[in-house]
Write a protein that binds this ligand. Structure first.
Ligand SMILES: [Zn+2]
Length: 406
């Protein structure tokens, strides 16, 4: 079997992808979402001979999965990437796709339409070769990874694969672990009254101040805990704070949204319990202190063993790639949580991932992140790096499906 990367196709595809506005509407009101880019990808995948499924769990939030079946039963590999982007504020030419000095300029060129184009290039090479492999390759282009991961969450209810590569930008390093997060809302409760009526008013903002003081102590304590070898210690920050309605009114309510970053081994319940313990302690010391806490959203941490078969394969593929080896990355700098969770080691028992798995029953046996990169300001090699990534991905998947060695 002989594979050849169609460089022109890959670059052209990347240019097409970045010219389609796919800003996540959950982040930017009015953003168009993924419908148009998903339609483009569906057409492209079908032209390559793949079977294409379209999924739309929420109107306008579309994911596409292309399936390239081999000649017989065998392992299934998923290449996963998100097609939504963040906003374009402050960008001069967010959708130009202009190429200068070997670099392609646009919103999402790096995170992560470059990776999607690389996946397409890899799958096209496999399809063009008429490869008589066994097993199946799936290319999943998912919605909403920049926010709540509804795209991959949906796919986990529909697909079962043996391994997955989430192609988030990691500068071509292999990412074996990722922090999770829990968004926790704390509301302190007061009593509204005219500003002159100190005898009636109870100030929720002052109560929040006391809570924040205790939260600050927890924040410092978290970073003294035993760090995870790849992702470091847990942490938190007081992300959003709102309280009160007018200068001459005692605040009846103050709300704080905390982001608690979790490391492998930590749970959503544990993180929430730490916050509730602060509330309980303050209330025990002062009966006038009233507050509630609740979890808004959680995405669990993950890690995959460096001994996993997929990890070893990607490492070997990286070593064979032109000019790059595959390293190991502490991974908290990239997004793509839902996708990462989708390919975690099946038998591990962190809870919220298990919740997703239980809902869908469709997760990979093992997973990893590797990536292409193509961003004008952050890339060391621009398009040349992207071109290098394609063989890495291709060899990885080819080796996997051919050897049936998972
Ligand atoms: Zn991303």
């Amino acid at each position: 079997m002989r594979f050849a990367i169609d460089r022109d196709f890959t670059v052209r595809t990347l240019a097409d992808l970045v010219r389609i506005n796919s800003i996540n509407p959950s982040l930017e009101p009015g953003g168009p979402g993924e419908a148009e880019i998903a339609a483009y990808l569906a057409r492209t995948l079908m032209r390559q001979g793949l079977t294409v499924d379209r999924h739309e769990p929420v109107p306008g939030r579309v994911s596409v999965v292309g399936r390239l079946a081999g000649a017989g039963p065998g392992p299934a590999l998923m290449l996963n990437g998100h097609v939504d982007t963040v906003g374009v504020a402050g960008m001069q030419e967010p959708f130009s796709g202009a190429i200068r000095d070997g670099k392609l300029f646009a919103r999402g060129a790096y995170d992560m339409k470059g990776s999607i184009a690389a996946c397409l290039g890899a799958v096209k090479a496999l399809a063009d070769a008429g490869a008589s492999f066994r097993g199946e390759v799936l290319l999943a282009a998912v919605a909403d990874e920049e926010d709540a991961s509804i795209g991959t969450a949906d796919l986990l209810t529909k697909y079962r694969v043996d391994a997955a590569i989430v192609t988030e930008p990691t500068h071509l390093d292999i990412c074996l672990a990722h922090k999770g997060f829990v968004w926790i809302e704390v509301e302190t409760l007061g009593r509204a009254a005219h500003g002159s009526r100190f005898d009636l008013g109870v100030d929720a903002n002052m109560a929040m101040g006391r809570f924040l003081g205790a939260l600050d102590r927890l924040e410092r304590e978290l970073r003294t805990r035993t760090p995870h070898p790849l992702v470091g210690p847990p942490s938190l920050h007081a992300a959003v704070l709102r309280g009160g309605t007018a200068p001459s009114v005692y605040a009846a309510s103050a709300k704080l949204t905390i982001e608690r970053r979790t490391i492998p081994g930590e749970t959503e319940a544990g993180a929430v319990a730490e916050i509730q313990a602060i509330v309980d302690d303050l209330a025990a010391c002062d009966p006038s202190f009233r507050a509630t806490s609740r979890s808004l959203l959680a995405r669990q941490p993950f890690e995959v063993s460096p001994d996993a078969r997929i990890v070893q394969m990607v490492r070997r593929a990286g070593e064979r790639g032109p000019g790059q080896g595959a390293g190991v990355l502490r991974s908290d700098a990239v997004d793509g949580f839902g996708a990462a969770r989708g390919c975690r080691v099946r038998d591990r028992s962190d809870r919220s991932h298990g919740r997703r798995c239980a809902r869908g029953g469709g997760v990979g046996r093992s997973g990893i992140r590797s990536t292409a990169r193509c961003h004008p300001s952050r890339s060391r090699g621009g398009l040349s790096a992207l071109m290098s990534a394609q063989p890495t991905l291709l060899w990885t998947l080819a080796e996997m499906v051919i050897t049936r060695d998972l």
